[in-house]
Design a protein around this ligand. Structure first.
Ligand SMILES: [Fe+2]
Ligand SMILES: [Fe+2]
Length: 151
């Protein structure tokens, strides 16, 4: 399964990771931080490759933990399987769900990614909420119009 096929609120994990990475990169570049590590870490921060909403899809090793707690560790294991991951990149991936990870981020770059990730998660959720409810409103209006026409 590819990250483009896995839903993240309204988009895919791939789109979400690209957005988080690009925004974090822009901030890091402006603040003269390690923009290479932040871009790479943010791109891989949700590299878990399963739809956690589907029963039986979760990583068996972490079944007893919630997805919010376990997926940063799964993402880091996957990232290390395919790429050379620096300490800073590992910290970005592992701590991006802080405070659910309890241990706070070690680098300021990790703090940037955890905040940018939360910003996009809320934004994606809001977009989905408004889209769903505006569709329901349009359906209701259509029903009202049809009931008016059939009376
Ligand atoms: Fe995440
Ligand atoms: Fe994320």
């Amino acid at each position: 399964m590819q990250s483009k096929d896995i839903r993240h609120h309204e988009g895919s994990i791939f789109e979400h990771s690209l957005e988080v990475s690009f925004r974090s990169y822009k901030i890091a570049k402006k603040l003269k931080m390690d923009y290479r590590a932040i871009a790479r870490g943010a791109l891989l921060h949700d590299f878990f490759l399963y739809d956690w909403r589907t029963k039986g899809n979760r990583n068996l090793k972490y079944l007893k933990e919630s997805h919010a707690v376990s997926h940063p560790r799964v993402a880091l294991e996957n990232a290390r399987k395919y790429f050379d991951v620096s300490d800073m990149e590992a910290d970005i991936i592992k701590k991006h769900m802080f405070p659910t990870t309890i241990v706070p981020p070690k680098y300021k770059e990790s703090w940037i990614v955890t905040m940018v990730d939360k910003y996009y998660a809320v934004k994606e959720y809001q977009e989905g909420f408004f889209r769903k409810h505006s569709l329901q409103l349009r359906f209701y209006q259509l029903q009202q119009t049809l009931s008016f026409l059939t009376v």
